[in-house]
Design a protein around this ligand. Structure first.
Ligand SMILES: Cc1cc2nc3c(=O)[nH]c(=O)nc-3n(C[C@H](O)[C@H](O)[C@H](O)COP(=O)(O)O)c2cc1C
Length: 185
């Protein structure tokens, strides 16, 4: 019986197990991936987010954000993102690339209903995220459903690295049915 990291199928399974764990368990590394986008002037920009949904059959992930945050302007220009997760106990790095669709309003009303009151404060700060302010707490948080935005990420590419006695790296692509390809680490 082989270890999970010795086969392409085992590595691909592990990606979705870790993502699912991230949605379900707030202490799992997959809970707080780094989401990277490209700014209008071509700079990479990365930030921590919370993973809200992971659906393997559709290769779909979801992240919630404020529609007035800078990442939305970036995604409006270039609707592509990368996610990074490092699983220290598994010695396992996951890098994911995705096409991004921005969902708001009625399309995500059911998600808004499931957001606790305290967490709704994250959607609707005044002035908007990233605005300069005179003092650190010169802002107000009022929940605003019209500012609630779901980033729907359809994965196109996955790159994984496992650091064991030997190092292994593999890539998986949507356009070949996620068959997988070994790569030099
Ligand atoms: C632990 C943690 C979790 C976070 N989760 C989210 C999140 O789910 N969605 C979000 O938009 N920002 C989240 N943030 C804040 C972002 O990292 C970032 O500061 C904010 O979204 C503004 O980013 P932007 O200016 O690049 O749009 C989180 C920050 C931390 C530290």
């Amino acid at each position: 019986m082989s270890e999970w990291f010795e086969t392409l199928a085992g590595l691909h399974d592990q990606v979705w197990q870790r993502l699912g764990r991230g949605v379900a368990d707030r202490r799992a590394p997959g809970r707080q991936p780094t989401l990277a986008t490209v700014s209008a002037d071509g700079w990479p920009e990365a930030r921590t987010v919370v993973l809200r949904r992971a659906e393997r059959p559709a290769a779909l992930l979801e992240v919630y954000t404020d529609s007035m945050s800078d990442k939305i302007a970036s995604l409006g220009r270039l609707p592509r993102a990368a996610l990074h997760v490092w699983e220290p106990k598994l010695d396992f790095q996951m890098r994911l690339q995705a096409d991004v669709t921005l969902l708001q309003g009625d399309a995500v009303a059911n998600r808004w209903e499931s957001v606790p009151d305290i967490a709704r404060l994250s959607y609707g700060v005044t002035p908007p995220p990233g605005a300069p302010i005179a003092a650190a707490l010169d802002y107000d948080k009022t929940p605003d459903q019209s500012r609630f935005c779901v980033l729907s990420l359809t994965l196109t590419h996955i790159d994984v690295v496992h650091l064991g006695d030997a190092h292994r790296r593999a890539a998986f692509r949507a356009d070949d049915g996620w068959a997988g390809q070994w790569l030099v680490p």
